[in-house]
Ligand binder design. Structure first.
Ligand code: ADP
Ligand code: ASP
Ligand code: MG
Length: 408
């Protein structure tokens, strides 16, 4: 079999972990598989590099940030290759340039456009184990790019798709995909399988066990995807097109802490204002998520919306610079908020879900700041320090107590 195995930061955090992973890789190779490995930076390296940059220039250009952050993955692949060499096997580490992981130009959030697999196939034919940097790409100017936080998952799935791998295994620090982050909800359940669509929704709503773009790609190219533990040899969770599991009303709860709320207060109550405001955000490529509008005083209204924390400062700056044009009284903002969401394909056809959801939050004494719903999800914005309690309350109600389609 041709297998792509991806190991995340905690799985390669120190020498001991690297040696352990090297053994896992070699075991698979000895079983007769062709093995391509994708690695993240060790432990908290990426965060530490970000801090290092901030000490020198908090407004460093995204291009230079990519030059810096991409080094984390480069360290990991070389160290892993050394660990495998030490075990006596033939191995080669490669970066994004060497295996031509060509991406868009957007530094810090580039998308893979193509991969030329020639070099990789060549190395596999020479019986090498191939170790590739996750998270990295390069653009048409031959500058290094990065794929967004958590992007190594996407590198792995894209490589698996392009190589036509039989299997793509994402090894991480939990046993698989759970009904909620097991670090937040103690009695979250591990799922044996989950559909691409459900996983995509959870990943997009903040369940960082898989990068959302990796799930998109897996669905598009029908990649055989498994999430499993790098510590113990357990079954993991299979992510696939259709599952045998009975459709649940809510099958997952997700928490996203990378959220900030901006409120534009005292906007004139006339057509076109929201358009002006959000087109400014779009011009700067700032994505807006939850939006609410409420009635203000004296024929005005307030518009609140959320962006990622990293984009809050820029968004506020742009709004301030356009105060006259948009016409508003003031801006307030808060990045001590989080988004908590319940996901489930059964929601669309079940009228009681919203009421049960808000009952759970009410019982837990949690105040809701913003709400958004779609056919298969409900999201609320709450205080950051209430987010875990909110997730627990919702999880308890729908999943642990088993309030499901037909019996609520
Ligand atoms: P890696 O470094 O291996 O890429 P990440 O930290 O990116 O690992 O992702 C794994 C983490 O995702 C887990 O430690 C867990 O806290 C978190 N997580 C969030 N939601 C879920 C979920 N639904 N199931 C499993 N893990 C989840
Ligand atoms: N090292 C990168 C990050 O921490 C990419 C990854 O781990 O997937 O976001
Ligand atoms: Mg990750």
């Amino acid at each position: 079999m041709l297998i792509v195995k991806k190991f995340g930061g905690s799985s390669v955090a120190n020498a001991e972990r690297i040696k352990h992973v090297a053994e896992t890789i070699v075991k698979s190779y000895r079983e007769g598989n062709r093995v391509v490995v994708v690695l993240s930076a060790q432990g908290d390296t990426t965060d530490e590099l970000i801090e290092k940059a901030a000490e020198i220039n908090p407004h460093a250009s995204k291009r230079e940030m990519d030059m810096l952050l991409s080094t984390g993955e480069q360290q990991s692949v070389a160290l892993m290759a050394m660990a495998i060499e030490a075990l006596g096997y033939t191995v080669i580490s490669l970066n994004a340039f060497q295996c031509k992981i060509y991406s868009t130009s957007t530094h810090g959030n580039a998308r893979i456009k193509d991969i030329s697999t020639e070099r990789i196939i060549n190395e596999l034919e020479r019986k090498n184990i191939v170790i590739i940097t996750g998270f990295q790409g390069y653009n048409r100017r031959l500058d290094v790019t990065t794929l967004g936080r958590g992007g190594s998952d996407t590198s792995a799935v894209a490589l698996a798709a392009k190589l036509g791998a039989d299997l793509c295994e994402i090894y991480t620090d939990v046993d698989g995909v759970y009904t909620c982050d097991p670090r937040i909800v103690k009695n979250a359940r591990k799922l044996d399988e989950i559909t691409y669509d459900e996983m995509l929704e959870l990943a997009s709503l903040g369940a960082k066990v898989l990068h959302n773009r990796s799930v998109e790609l897996a669905k598009k190219y029908n990649v055989n995807l498994v999430v499993r533990s790098s510590m113990h040899d357990t079954e993991g969770t299979v992510v696939k097109e259709e599952t045998k599991v009975e459709k649940m009303l809510v099958n997952g709860v997700a928490v996203d802490n990378d959220v900030a709320r901006i409120s534009v207060i005292g906007v004139k109550d006339k057509p076109g204002v929201a358009f002006k405001l959000f087109s400014l955000m779009a011009q700067k490529k700032i994505s807006v998520d939850l939006i609410i509008q409420s009635i203000g005083r004296n024929d005005t209204k307030d518009i609140s919306f959320t962006v990622t924390r990293g984009e809050m400062e820029e968004a506020v700056k742009i709004l301030d610079a356009n105060k006259e044009r948009i016409g508003f009284e003031s801006i307030s903002y808060n990045d001590k908020v989080a988004k908590v969401s319940a996901v489930g394909a059964g929601m669309a056809t079940n009228p009681g879900v919203a009421s049960t959801f808000f009952e759970a939050l009410y019982d837990a004494g949690i105040n809701v700041k913003m709400i958004s719903t779609s056919e298969i999800k409900i999201s609320v914005l709450v205080d950051e320090n209430k987010a875990n309690a909110a997730a627990e309350a919702i999880h308890d109600k729908f999943i642990s107590e088993g309030i499901q389609a037909g019996n609520n």
